[in-house]
Design a protein around this ligand. Structure first.
Ligand code: LMR
Length: 398
C-alpha cells in the first residue's frame, strides 16, 4: 500500500541545513534555519539553562507522568513571561496547554479553533513563516493572505493590511507575529498594533499570535508588548509560544499554547479541552525542556543570568545588522541597506530571486532560504566580507 506514497520535496527551510551539511567547502556560510549562533558559528546552550538542566536531573526522583496540559510550573511561569506579571489585567481568563515546541502549540491552537469555530478561515501575513501554511492547512484550515510587507519600501504595507482586516467577517482568525517577524524582520509599531487591536475588537476577529523570538528583538518586555496590548482590548485570543530560540532548547521541543477567554469559567473549560485535544494527539508533552524553563524562571539567580545572556544575544544580532548593512552598502556603490538595521530578530529578507539564491549557494557557498531570507545570527566578523561580496555579486554589482 505504501507504493501510493509520493516523494516529498525538500522542506524550504530544513532542506537548506541538509544541503549545507553536504557542502565540504571551508568557506561555506549557513544563513538558513533560524537558530541563534555565536561568533564561532556555534548554537550555545545558555549557561542558566545548562545549570538548571543539571539541577533538574539531580532533583528528579521520578519520571512518572505529568498531565496532558503539561508541567503546571512551566505553564504559570511562561504565562507571566508572555502576558506580564499582571497577566495583562486578565488574571484567571487564560488557559494554558504545554506543547511540543512552537509548532506543537500552533497545532494545538488550530485544533481548539476547529472545535470552537469550524468554518473560520485563518489569515496569515504575506509573507509568513514557510511552515505556517502546511501546518495550519494540515489541521484542516483554509488560509488566506493579508498584505504585510513591501519588498520595495522594506516596510509594512499597513494601509493594505488594515483594509484587508476591515473587510473580514466576524470570527475570522488573524495570525500575527508578536515580534521579530519571520521571514522579514519587519514588525508593526505600537501605534500600528493599537489599530490592529481596535479592528479585531470592533469586528470580532480572533488574533492568533505566534511568539517564537521573545527577547531576541528589543528585550523580553518590549517583544511581548503587542500581546499585552491585544489582551487588554480583545475578549479572546490565542498565543503560540516557543522556547526554542530564547532558551536555546530547540530539540527539546518546549512550547505552550495560551488561550485568552472571556471569563474564569470559560478558561477552565478551554483548559479542559486543551488537555483532551493533547491526549488525542501526543497524550502528554515532553517535560525535560519545560522543567528546565520552570527552574530558570523561578530561581532568581538563574533568571538573571538567562536574561543577561539573552540580552547579549539580541545585542549581537542588532550589531550584526549594522555590520551587514554597511558591508552590503560598501559593495554596491552606496546602495541604502539601512532598512536591515530597523528590522528585528533573526531574519531579514534580501531582494534575491530564487535564481540568485541558487547562485549564492552553488557558486559562493552562502546558504539562505529560497525567498531570500537570511539568518542574521549566522553572520560574523570573519564571514561578513565573503557574505556581502557574494550577495553583491549575485545582485549584479561585481
Ligand atoms: C525557522 O524559521 O528557520 C525556524 O523557525 C526553524 C523552523 O522550524 O523552520
Amino acid at each position: 500500500m505504501f507504493e501510493t506514497l509520493t516523494r516529498v520535496p525538500d522542506d524550504p527551510i530544513l532542506g537548506i541545513s541538509a544541503a549545507f551539511k553536504r557542502d565540504t567547502t571551508p568557506l561555506k556560510v549557513d544563513l538558513g534555519v533560524g537558530v541563534y549562533k555565536d561568533d564561532r558559528g556555534n548554537t550555545p546552550v545558555p549557561a542558566a539553562v545548562r545549570r538548571a538542566e543539571s539541577e533538574v536531573l539531580a532533583a528528579q526522583s521520578t519520571k512518572t507522568y505529568l498531565t496532558p496540559v503539561g508541567n503546571p510550573g512551566f505553564n504559570a511561569q511562561m504565562l507571566e513571561l508572555v502576558a506580564g506579571t499582571d497577566q495583562a489585567g486578565r488574571k484567571g481568563d487564560w488557559a494554558a496547554g504545554q506543547a511540543p515546541g512552537g509548532s506543537g502549540a500552533l497545532r494545538l491552537g488550530a485544533e481548539l479553533l476547529r472545535l470552537s469555530s469550524p468554518g473560520s478561515k485563518i489569515h496569515v501575513s504575506d509573507p509568513t513563516w514557510a511552515n505556517h501554511t502546511p501546518l495550519l492547512s494540515s489541521a484542516g484550515f483554509q488560509l488566506e493572505r493579508y498584505p504585510y510587507y513591501s519588498a520595495i519600501r522594506h516596510a509594512v504595507e499597513f494601509d493594505q493590511m488594515m483594509a484587508h482586516l476591515e473587510a473580514l467577517p466576524a470570527a475570522a482568525v488573524v495570525l500575527l507575529h508578536a515580534c521579530c517577524h519571520n521571514p522579514t524582520g519587519q514588525d508593526l509599531s505600537m501605534t500600528q498594533w493599537e489599530a490592529v487591536a481596535d479592528v479585531c475588537a470592533r469586528r470580532g476577529l480572533l488574533p492568533y499570535v505566534d511568539i517564537a523570538y521573545q527577547g531576541l528583538g528589543d528585550d523580553l518586555e518590549r517583544d511581548a508588548a503587542s500581546i499585552r496590548l491585544l489582551a487588554r482590548q480583545v475578549p479572546e485570543m490565542l498565543v503560540a509560544v516557543s522556547c526554542s530560540k530564547n532558551f536555546g532548547l530547540y530539540r527539546e521541543r518546549t512550547g505552550l499554547l495560551l488561550a485568552l477567554t472571556s471569563s474564569n469559567e470559560r478558561a477552565g473549560i478551554a483548559a479542559g479541552q486543551l488537555g483532551r485535544l493533547a491526549r488525542t494527539i501526543w497524550s502528554m508533552p515532553p517535560d525535560h525542556g519545560a522543567a528546565i524553563v520552570d527552574r530558570v524562571l523561578s530561581q532568581p539567580e538563574l533568571r538573571r543570568s538567562w536574561t543577561e545572556e539573552l540580552a547579549a544575544m539580541a545585542k549581537r544580532i542588532n550589531d550584526l545588522r549594522r555590520l551587514l548593512a554597511d558591508a552590503l552598502s560598501a559593495r554596491t556603490g552606496g546602495t541604502d541597506f539601512s532598512w536591515i538595521t530597523r528590522q528585528r530578530g533573526m531574519f531579514s529578507r534580501l531582494d534575491l530571486t530564487p535564481a540568485m539564491v541558487d547562485t549564492l549557494r552553488e557558486k559562493h557557498h552562502v546558504y539562505c532560504a529560497p525567498d531570500g531570507r537570511v539568518n542574521i545570527a549566522g553572520i560574523s566578523a570573519s564571514n561578513v566580507e565573503h557574505v556581502a561580496t557574494s550577495i553583491a555579486a549575485v545582485m549584479g554589482y561585481a
